[in-house]
Design a protein around this ligand. Structure first.
Ligand code: SF4
Length: 76
C-alpha cells in the first residue's frame, strides 16, 4: 500500500474565505448551511475533521494549508 498522509481541518475556526475550495475542489466544498469549508469525506474527530490522503495529494494539500489565511488546515 502506498504511504498515506493526513489532512486535519479545524472547521470551527473556518472563516469561509473559499481559498481551499477554489484551489483544491476535489477535497473541499463550501457549505450552503453555514458558509464554512467542508473537507469532503472527512471524518469528524471531536473538534476537527480528518481525511487520509495519498502521497500524490500531499504537495497540493500542503500548499492549501499555507494558503488558508487563518491556518486551520494541518497536513502531515
Ligand atoms: S482556506 Fe481556510 S478559512 Fe478559507 S475556507 Fe478554507 S479552511 Fe476556511
Amino acid at each position: 500500500m502506498p504511504p498515506m498522509h493526513k489532512v486535519v481541518h479545524y472547521r470551527n475556526k473556518c472563516i469561509g474565505c473559499g481559498v481551499c475550495y477554489e484551489q483544491q475542489p476535489e477535497l473541499w466544498r463550501m457549505s450552503k448551511r453555514d458558509g464554512k469549508a467542508t473537507l469532503i469525506k472527512g471524518v469528524r474527530k471531536k473538534e476537527v475533521f480528518v481525511l487520509e490522503i495519498p502521497d500524490a495529494s500531499l504537495d497540493k494539500s500542503k500548499e492549501i494549508a499555507l494558503a488558508c489565511p487563518v491556518r486551520i488546515i494541518k497536513v502531515s
